[in-house]
Design a binder for this molecule. Sequence first.
Ligand code: GUN
Length: 283
Amino acid sequence: MTAQLIDGNALATRTRAQVAERVQVLRSRGVLPGLAVILVGDDPASAVYVRHKVADCESVGMRSVLERYPATMTEADLLARVRALNADDAVHGILVQMPLPRHIDPQQVITTISPAKDVDGFHVANAGALLVGRPGFKACTPYGCMKLIETTGVPLRGKHAVVIGRSNTVGKPMALMLLQSNATVTICHSGTPDLAVHTRSADIVVAAVGRRDTVRADMVKPGAIVVDVGMNRNDAGKLCGDVDFAGVREVAGWITPVPGGVGPMTRAMLLVNTLEAAERRTD
Ligand code: GUN
C-alpha cells in the first residue's frame, strides 16, 4: 500500500483564500486586520520565518509591521514594546519570534502579550482555554496539523493517536486537540522506553521531536495517518522531517511530506488566528 499524500501547500492555499475573503468583509466595515511581528537578534532562520509571516499577511490583504531589534535589547525594553502594541488599536495580533536571546525570559514576554492578541496561542490563558475546552487562540502548528488530519475524512472518535514530543508549542497542545476530537491519546517523549510499542497500535501518529528517522516503517500500523512536524537536515543537507518518509509511505494510509506538509499550514493558521483576533474585536 502506498500512502496518500496530505498536501499542506494545497490546503494552505485554500485556507489563505478563505482568510482573504473574510479580510475583505472586515475591510468593507472599516477594519484592517493587523499583525505586529517582533524579531530580536539576528538568527538567520528566524529572519526568514518572520519575512514569510509578513509576506503572508500582505498576500491576504492584512497589514503587518515587522519590528527588528538588536540582540542586546533588554527584557524591560522588549516588555515595554509589547505593552505599547497591546494598547495599539491598529494591531490585532502580536508575535514575538522565538528563540529570544538568552538574557530574556520567553515566558515573561509571552505572558505580557494580551491574550486577546496572542495569535501564537502561547499565553497561559490560551493554553488553559484549550485545556478546559473553551474558545481561545490555538497554537498554529498543532492547529494546522488538525486541519491536515481533517482532510483525510477519518473520524477521530475512538481512534488511538500517538503524539511524539511534549513541547508547550506542539506536543502538549496537539495531544489536547486530538483529545478534544475524542481520540484516545498517548504522549510519548524522550523518556519513553519503547516508542514502537505505542506507535504500532496508533491510527494517527504525530511526530514532533526534531530528530530524523524517529518513525520508521516497522513502527507504523498499516493504513495509519502520519503527520510529520519535524524540520531536520539529512546527511546530504536536504530538508527532512522526523519520519522516514520513503519507508513509511509504503505502510501508512496518509502521510504529510516535508517540505510541503505541516510548515505551510503553520503559516496559514497564523493568518486565521490574526483574522479571528480582528473579527472578535469587531463583533
Ligand atoms: N519560532 C519558531 N516557530 C515559532 C512560532 O510558531 N512562533 C513564534 N513566536 N516563534 C517561533
